[in-house]
Design a protein around this ligand. Sequence first.
Ligand code: ATP
Length: 321
Amino acid sequence: MKTIAVLTSGGDAPGMNAAVRAVVRTACENDMKVYGVIRGYNGLINGDFIEMNLRTVSDIINRGGTILYSARSVEFATEEGMRKAIRTCQEWGIEGVVVIGGDGSFRGARDLSERGIPCVGVPGTIDNDIACCNYTIGYDTCLNTIMEMVDRLRDTSESHDRCTVVEVMGRKAGYLALNAGIACGATSILVPEVEFDVQKHIIERMEKTQRTGKKHFIIVAAEGVRLDVDDLAKEIQAKTGVESRSLILGHVQRGGSPTVKDRVMATRMGNYAVKLLMDNIGNRVVAAQKEEIVDYDIFEALNMTKGIDLELYNVAHEVSI
Ligand code: ATP
């Protein structure tokens, strides 16, 4: 391939810029032309492209968000939108596309590949919910952001002998909640993968620790448990007598300068993706398996499942008392 494009799609994640930089620089180093697509699949439909070079990706490795902007494109998910995107790629001579995003974006990449535009997916999502990867770009930064925010909440919870219920992101998965909950010393961690009972998993644990002298509490709930954290805080206060507050951390979790881990993994994955396209290999997802970068067929990747680490969940349960 001599001409490729790179886009970011779905929810943004810190480290996407580092991945874009790696894609552009690897392509340039190997004498390929590379277009940056603006606003995900919408840009691919409308031909909203910027020709990238070594300097268009200067000073972005440290920046959160995505310089290419992101979008959730309703039009692209239609047959007509998909056809338009293919036509645009053909008009611009684009032979392959690197898609940085989550599993929704990979479904789009699979459809494009099936219709003759080879794509390589790079996992960029804070949720770490891509089954073929044990790590996704943005996850580490997001965990550190949650930890910093909850540490601050702990200070004030302690000063006032309060319980604070914090809802964190993660879509349908509990990876962020579990690992952030451990790092923050949460008394209870609620994840969608493990059934819980408010009385047993929160109230009784709080009462048990109260008897040992504990007076302030952090409860971390994944958004995927679909619980009203305000109602939960009221219930905790009514049942334990501990003043309780709730907080949905929200979009602060998406932003910020990427951590070392996210920058390094994004760089390795972006580089790997271009190497696949250079060898005319498409319809693949780049994945991190422990410390190694590997790749899977997109169709196969989308059909894989991964569960939460129950051993880790049990460790959390045992030490958070
Ligand atoms: P995140 O998990 O971080 O939100 P994501 O990539 O899963 O990221 P989605 O909003 O699910 O985010 O998908 C991004 C875009 O991918 C959609 O707006 C749509 O344009 C495209 N897309 C999603 N699902 C499909 C599909 N089944 N077929 C074709 N395109 C799709």
